[in-house]
Write a protein that binds this ligand. Structure first.
Ligand SMILES: Nc1ncnc2c1ncn2[C@@H]1O[C@H](COP(=O)(O)OP(=O)(O)OP(=O)(O)O)[C@@H](O)[C@H]1O
Ligand SMILES: [Mg+2]
Length: 449
């Protein structure tokens, strides 16, 4: 390792340097606190930090403590050993109190010297590990409750971090239960707006006739039942973040009004003419395929482009299976604490089944099932009917032609094609179209093929 040796007596310095060199260490020497600091700066320029500083207590008019304070104040990460004169125990105590890792009283044996250096190096390595760990922890805290470290989740975290401190509009895509709302909250918590409101509105849950007042607010008397002024969600989010959940469900009329707000940052309450300037960061989320809604005229294309400035896609749980064990532990702990009850142990086979299951309801489904498992103590809550596993979310991609079709012709055609494809091998044909042999024969007969 690299040792910075600070000793004002030349003979003593050379002696210690020789011993350390003989034992494979690299040495940089200094004869005073000042020159030690110069050496540290020189090393820093080439990206080096000594593993350990071995310093004499008395260094001219200063002491090794001055150097120790310099090191700790400047957050230079290295071990520190002080050599004190024989009998001066109070120096040793002071040095350790100020953060030295070890001390030696002169005269010392070679073995003592080597041991002290090694101890200080180990202590320093532990400090480095701890600070790396706590850095990681605080980063995770920032991302609130999002659990998972699969590469696709790292990308999500990176993007959240990157855009959290901008005002860019974010559109979060993802299947149901993938953590879209959690991601939106993380974005808010990590932004400078975190002390202001996070206002969530579920665009699919408000009746169409109330939606405008809900979003934009209404003056007293603006409509029957408006007995007092109502502040809308957008206004409530002023200074903070507005989360438009299930944006794909927003009625088309309101889409135009929302677009105007996004373009001009002003709203007008129902029953008023006054424009109110709003500063809100907008995050929207959807599990729907918006381009598809656009092509069926259910969603405005211009609004989509306004919202989709930064797209963020939450991966499905089956795309990050490596996170399942961690999420499992997370929810077990959460619900054990919440319900003050202990969940039974699972067998390896049961754990394997949890891993293999495709989780169509994603993290929400995992969470719900574990909650019931903890509550009821019954592993049945985490067992899966293997029949159901592959049928979920899979469509053939086949679309009925615009002009419709005649079922019997269609079925006959499919049967014929499967026979052609397998050179008339009935077993293979049946398999090809997912029928058992009996079902297949029955149909061949029906169409006299
Ligand atoms: N990465 C994650 N780590 C921990 N918990 C998660 C994670 N993702 C989702 N959850 C939990 O799963 C549940 C569903 O998450 P959330 O409501 O954010 O999903 P969503 O994508 O908005 O779903 P939906 O489309 O059904 O509204 C919540 O209880 C949430 O705490
Ligand atoms: Mg949601």
């Amino acid at each position: 390792m690299l040792v910075l040796l600070v000793e004002d007596e030349k003979d003593q310095r050379e002696l210690v340097a020789d011993i350390l060199k003989d034992h494979g260490h690299e040495i940089v020497s200094a004869e005073s606190v000042e020159s030690a600091i110069v050496e540290l700066k020189n090393l820093e320029k080439i990206g080096q930090v000594p593993n350990v500083i071995f310093s004499d207590w008395k260094l001219g008019s200063l002491t090794g403590i001055s150097l120790l304070e310099y090191i700790r104040n400047n957050k230079i990460n290295c071990g520190f050993v002080v050599a004190t004169a024989y009998g001066s125990v109070q120096h040793a105590v002071e040095a350790v109190e100020k953060g030295a890792d070890d001390y030696l009283s002169k005269p010392f044996q070679t073995q003592e010297l080597l041991l002290a250096i090694t101890k200080a190096n180990t202590a320093n390595n532990l400090r480095l590990q701890n600070s790396a760990l706590s850095e990681q922890l605080s980063e995770q805290k920032n991302l609130v409750e999002l659990v998972g470290s699969a590469p696709c989740m790292q990308k999500v975290y990176d993007r959240i971090k990157r855009v959290s401190n901008t005002n860019a509009t974010v559109l979060i895509h993802g299947e149901s239960g993938t953590g879209k709302e959690l991601a939106a909250r993380a974005l808010h918590k990590m932004s400078q707006r975190h002390l202001n409101n996070f206002v969530a509105i579920n665009c699919g849950a408000i009746p169409e006739n109330l939606a405008e007042a809900e979003l934009f607010g209404a003056e007293k008397g603006a409509f029957t039942g408006a007995t007092e002024r109502k502040i809308g969600k957008i206004e409530a989010a002023n200074g903070g973040t507005l989360f438009l959940d299930e944006i794909g469900e927003l009625p088309i009329l309101l889409q135009a009004k929302l677009l105007r707000f996004l373009q001009e940052n002003v709203i007008v309450r129902l029953g008023s003419n006054e424009e109110i300037q709003i500063d809100a960061r907008v995050i929207a989320a959807t599990h729907r395929d918006i381009p598809e809604l656009i092509s069926s005229n259910e969603f405005r294309e211009d609004l989509y482009y306004r919202l989709n400035v930064v797209p963020l896609t939450m991966p499905a749980l089956r795309e990050r299976k490596e996170d399942i064990p961690r999420l499992f532990e997370h929810f077990i702990q959460k619900f054990e604490t919440q319900y003050k009850s202990k969940a039974p142990q699972l067998t390896t086979e049961q754990k394997r089944a949890i891993y293999d299951y495709p989780w169509p309801g994603n993290v929400r489904e995992l969470s719900n099932r574990i909650e019931r498992f903890v509550l009821l103590g019954d592993a049945e809550e985490l067992s899966f009917n293997s029949n159901s596993t592959h049928k979920i979310d899979v469509t053939s991609g086949f679309e009925i032609p615009p002009d419709g079709l005649v079922w019997d012709e269609f079925e006959k055609d499919i049967l014929q094609q499967s026979l052609d494809r397998t050179d008339g091998n009935r077993t293979k044909s049946a398999k090809l179209i997912g029928l058992n042999y009996k079902q297949f024969l029955y149909r061949l007969e029906k169409y006299q093929l």
